[in-house]
Ligand binder design. Sequence first.
Ligand code: SF4
Length: 279
Amino acid sequence: MSEPVTSELEAKSPFEMRVHLGDDVPEKTVREALASGDMGFLHSFTTGSAVDGPGVRVVAWTTGCTWRCRYCHNPDTWTLTNGNPVSLDRAVEEIRKYRHGLKVMSGGFTLSGGEPLMQHRFAARLFSAVKKMGVHTAVETNGYYGHYLSDEELRDIDLVILDMKAFTRSQHELVTGGMHNEDVLEFGNRLAALKRPMWIRYVLVPGLTDVPEEMEAIASYAASLGVVERVEVLPFHQLGQYKWERLKLDYKLASTDPPTNETIAKAVGIFREAGLQAD
Ligand code: SF4
């Protein structure tokens, strides 16, 4: 499978390959942008998503992620400057174009990535502006940088979709390339204390994350929070494989098949068993 490399801000899907779009931005400008949120780095915008939060969504895909998940579908988003430099004002205007339709379709705006909260100043200011339009807001995050958002900023996010990779530290490190998950669990606890609605996502990879004990521990943790409205079990797929190959990265899942329906049903059953709504 080969996809064109493009610089357009809109993409048909985040699986389009995008690299080096922000390479010309001086390092000092990058640092200032991260500190102020005046500018963000975006892989793309996609419209019409029905899978990134409730209703039909406009999704902005950020670049930048310090994790190295073995199953990452979009490794071109790891590098911040692979993304388009986009001013905050332009990002707000992009979303404003769709605001009426999003409201009619009970949808909203989702910021995903990459890890969107690596650009937490940009994210916070963007959410604040989108909330003022009366549009539902969601972030899809690994939770690692959640502590950079104030309680007030978290209230501008109607839904946090927390990607949980594992529960135990050893499994988490195995899946993510050595990252711990203490901050992730703390972020979940904080969201619960603030009564912020959450969804949890879990990518099911045969031979890597189809570990019942891990899912049971996540299910128990999620149920204890009292704010998790839904758990989505996402079956692993190979749509991102060509990116690993083109970026010359060591892809350890090249011969891994998607999970069977039976494996998916078992995983969903584990979350339901804990009293959660899961699909
Ligand atoms: S946290 Fe998300 S973007 Fe980062 S490596 Fe993992 S799957 Fe990829």
